[in-house]
Design a protein around this ligand. Structure first.
Ligand code: MG
Length: 349
């Protein structure tokens, strides 16, 4: 088993092992004195892993209740969280009890937010089942929901007490969702780890996926431990995301996944940065080739001014400036503020 400790305000461990889900109860019992566990999952994941999780937790002595919501980003809203609150209250979950978030990013974000706010905060454990949530969203304590004005605009920083990553779940994931996660994996290589980038170039990621997950989580862990509340270095994790989010939005969050948006965003921003003489020539080409290798798009299907307009309303825009993440080289990133009005020109070819 691989394990990593995250040194946030309240430290916790991330355990990575194939086949850890059937033993989740035992692992949870090591870190929690809860009597009751509320398993929160969606209609795609619960039918596959729900029983295993419930049985394992019961075997470890917990009283287990489960709540399932309709799978998909459309469910990521306050009314679903309100249903969770009622379920938690009806299941008599107290402040010393625990929520288990079983599923992908939507489940983790929402169940985490329910944990952050129900009774002013109770413990929760993440069992991420998609590649994207295993390498990214399950670590770092960002929880939340979408509102009409935008994605993730309501939420809280709330760290889990344990993250259990079982890459066996990836075998039940549709291929598109693997590609989606690879967008974030490639991002980690770009911003912090040249070796990881080269590993992805010369291997098939899925053959060595546990090592890759470990690498990505370790990078995120280091960044988050230094900047838990997203006031500085954590911004680097947004490489490719300014354009990526804009493209997702312009495609109504339906035809382009997050990882696909990030991939196109990384290539486009790096091309722009090469043009501006900041990033050495040839860098964008390498990122482009790697994204293509993992079936990811490398350009946006929208115009530059449209993308810039959509980026303007991003929550990362502060005042008249927008913070871009750029590369000195593969594995070495930095942030640069530019006036938001110049973004369209900056990214135009
Ligand atoms: Mg992301």
């Amino acid at each position: 088993m691989k394990s990593l400790r995250v040194n946030t305000g309240r430290p916790y461990d991330i355990l990575i092992e194939k086949g850890i889900i059937p033993n989740c109860g035992e692992e949870i019992a090591k870190v929690s004195k809860a009597e009751r566990i509320a398993v929160i999952s969606d209609t795609n994941v619960f039918p596959i892993y729900g029983d295993t999780v419930v049985k394992s937790c019961e075997k470890a002595g917990f009283k287990v209740f489960s709540f399932t919501f309709e799978a998909g980003e459309k469910s990521k809203k306050l009314s679903t969280v309100a249903q969770m609150y009622d379920f938690l209250a009806e299941s008599r979950i107290t402040r010393s009890d625990l929520i288990v978030a079983l599923g992908g990013g939507v489940t983790g974000d929402m169940a985490g937010f329910a944990a952050a706010s129900y009774l002013r905060g109770i413990d929760f454990v993440q069992i991420p089942t998609s590649l994207l949530s295993q390498v990214d969203s399950s670590v770092g304590g960002k929880t939340g929901v979408d509102i009409h004005s935008g994605k993730n605009l309501v939420g809280a920083f709330w760290q889990p007490i344990l993250v259990l990553i079982d890459s066996n779940t990836l075998s039940t994931l549709p291929p598109l969702y693997i590609d989606d996660g690879m967008g974030e994996v490639i991002k980690y290589g770009c911003i912090k780890d040249k070796e990881l980038f080269e590993t992805l170039e010369s291997n098939n990621a899925m053959d060595i996926i546990d090592d890759i997950i470990y690498n990505c989580v370790s990078i995120k862990r280091n960044v988050v431990s230094r900047d838990e509340l997203d006031k500085g270095e954590r911004a680097l994790l947004n490489f490719g995301h300014t354009i990526g989010h804009a493209l997702e939005k312009l495609n109504n969050f339906s035809t382009l996944s997050h990882g696909q948006g990030v991939a196109a965003g990384m290539v486009m921003i790096t091309k722009a940065s090469e043009k501006a003489g900041i990033t050495p020539k040839g860098t964008a080409e390498r990122i482009e080739a790697l994204c293509k290798k993992y079936n990811l798009p490398v350009s946006g299907n929208k115009g530059y001014s449209q993308i810039a307009d959509a980026a303007r309303s991003d929550k990362k825009t502060s005042g008249d400036c927008i913070t871009l993440v750029l590369l000195n080289s593969i594995g070495d990133s930095f942030t640069k503020k530019i006036p938001v009005d110049t973004l369209a020109d900056f990214i135009a070819e």
